[in-house]
Design a protein around this ligand. Structure first.
Ligand code: HEM
Length: 535
């Protein structure tokens, strides 16, 4: 019955379409206007498609094919786009793993740590980014580490892993973070003295962009000082592209719009031009630096390492490939840490007791005096001092549990498979793990899952990590985030500098913060605060 039903509907659809075409053509010959004919044909075409999809949907809904429960059609994502991650959370409360039906395949969404471990580690080779994700991301991410699998991923991962593990990079990055933390504290100090409102998200974005340029590419950017219009344009183009490319997941017509160069796709093209100019200029500058041996740190930054590789293998490591690699590192290094810090300060304003506790911990760990300057204080943020800040570490982790910088992450199934929960996945299905929803599940974190409680991460005052398949903010398995340690160090240095000198309050306590739906969990319209000097 199940096989006959859709075939009958398809036949009816074809018959319906043929009759329509016949009548419209007849109408055309007897003098009905061409526009009417086109509109008529298009209308019936859309109705035909909708009927076809309805058949597929009903079939998936009622068939008992040992597949995950159907939570709805993929169009539900479009309806709930502005609150997408909360919509996914509400579904995950009903089913730990569920499916959304698209016209061509199923998209599986899971919040089950056992399935997550299977996808990200046990059967890693079956769950890559896949063609679907790569095609969608390619215009912006190109062949960078976030968008590729196989040989290209291996190559980039290997070179970057080596770079991240060196002590030189670690020491140099700490120095850069301290310098930027002192700059940030000075900026906030001016706002505190003049009682001006600040957008902390904007300041964090600038600060983390400056850091990734200096550490990753050995280039001074200084967006925090606001002097460079070129980089400000780049940041705006970059954020807007992130939103538009994410929108493609719910826009079935994006390829047609790209072909016709209309709507958001036309905007994306313009934005990518701005981004490309910026990144190619960076690569050019870097080449000059290396040629003239003006590079003070020689081989230690990530871009230099890739440029040296490209000199050995110019055919494969083209400028376009270098552009992709660099851009993916900017995405990785800028938004994730800045967004996490933003939600962290939002949580501290909502929980002033936690804010005070961290300020006290910072004071004790650094043994800093009240009259210290921002630069002197930054120098007190040594590795030893940072290591003593367990409560701060726990509060950042608690923030990432509730507000993971990458709220949902998509893979693709290469072959038919069965997940550990016993349900089937088909070749070509999307398989996503939902870090945002997982952080809110009582079946993972207990009855107080929705509460912000840094204490849940502490055992006798010492930080206790959880399984990376349960706390998935940094992904897990062979593709686990390469910058995790780097990110914690940067976030701890920036947060402790601000909390030592200032107390923060929301400008509007009554307003609940929300996100702008995109790849990263960006706070919509920024984080507007007042800072008050503590000293
Ligand atoms: C709070 C901060 C951060 C969070 C929550 C975070 C989270 C993640 C997540 C979820 C992924 C997997 C993304 C995917 O495959 O689609 C990832 C990958 C990655 N992250 Fe991070 N990240 C953070 C900071 C950083 C920083 C600062 C860097 C570098 C400077 C970095 C470098 C990378 C790289 C290179 C990958 C790709 C790994 C691979 O595919 O093998 N991350 N990160």
């Amino acid at each position: 019955m199940m096989e006959i039903l859709p075939k009958t509907f398809y036949m009816m659809g074809i018959l319906f379409f043929a009759c329509t075409a016949f009548f419209l053509l007849t109408g055309f010959f007897v003098g009905v206007s061409f526009i009417l004919v086109v509109v008529g044909v298009l209308t019936f075409f859309v109705i035909g498609l909708a009927a076809g999809f309805l058949v597929i949907y009903i079939r998936e809904l009622i068939s008992n094919n040992n597949r995950h429960p159907v939570a709805g059609p993929v169009f539900n994502l479009l309806i709930h786009f502005n609150r997408l991650f909360d919509y996914q959370t509400s579904l995950a409360q009903k089913y730990s793993t569920y499916r959304l039906i698209t016209p061509f395949k199923s998209d599986v969404y899971t919040a089950d740590p056992v399935n997550v471990e299977y996808i990200l580690k046990t059967k890693f080779s079956n769950y890559g980014k896949g063609k679907f994700n790569s095609n969608l991301m390619r215009d912006l991410f190109g062949d960078g580490i976030f968008a590729v699998d196989g040989e290209k991923w291996h190559h980039q991962r290997k070179l970057a892993s080596y770079e991240f593990s060196t002590k030189v990079l670690r020491d140099f990055s700490s120095t850069v973070f301290r310098t930027n933390a002192a700059k940030l504290a000075s900026d906030v100090s001016i706002a505190a003295t003049t009682k001006q409102m600040i957008d902390l998200q904007d300041l964090f974005m600038k600060s983390t962009l400056d850091s990734i340029f200096k550490v990753g590419f050995g280039v001074e950017l200084n967006t925090l000082s606001g002097s460079d219009e070129f980089s400000t344009r780049f940041m705006k183009a970059f954020d807007d592209s992130n939103v538009i490319v994410y929108w493609r997941y719910v826009d079935l017509l994006w390829k047609i719009k790209r072909f016709l160069n209309i709507g958001l796709e036309a905007d994306l093209k313009q934005n990518i031009k701005v981004i490309d100019n910026f990144v190619y200029e960076l690569i050019q500058q870097k080449r000059e630096q290396m040629k003239n041996r003006k590079l003070d740190r020689g081989k230690e930054d990530i871009l230099s390492r890739f440029l040296m590789e490209s000199a050995k293998d110019p055919e494969n490591m083209t400028d376009k490939y270098l552009r992709d690699i660099s851009l993916n590192f900017i995405i990785a290094g800028k938004d994730t840490s800045a967004n996490t810090l933003t939600w962290f300060f939002y949580m501290l304003c909502r929980h002033p007791f936690v804010q005070e506790k961290i300020a006290q911990e910072v004071r004790e760990a650094t043994e800093a005096e009240d009259n210290i300057s921002a630069d002197e204080f930054a120098n007190k943020l040594t590795e030893a001092a940072l290591e003593k800040m367990w409560y701060l570490h726990a509060a950042l982790t608690e923030t990432l549990r509730l507000y993971p910088a990458v709220p949902v992450d998509g893979k693709n199934s290469e072959e038919d498979d069965i997940l550990p929960d016993g349900f089937k996945v088909k070749k070509g299905d999307g398989v996503n793990y939902m870090a945002y929803a997982m952080g809110r599940m009582t079946y993972i974190w207990g009855e107080d899952a929705a509460d912000f409680r840094p204490e849940r991460w502490l055992d006798n005052g010492i930080f206790r990590a959880e399984s990376s398949f349960k706390f998935t903010a940094f992904q897990a398995g062979p593709r686990i985030c390469l910058g995790k340690e780097f990110a914690y160090r940067q976030m701890k240095i920036l947060a402790s500098s601000l909390l030592f000198f200032f107390k923060f309050k929301l400008v509007d306590e009554s307003k609940e913060a929300t996100y702008r739906t995109m790849f990263t969990l960006h706070m919509d319209k920024g984080l507007h605060l007042y800072a008050f000097s503590r000293l």
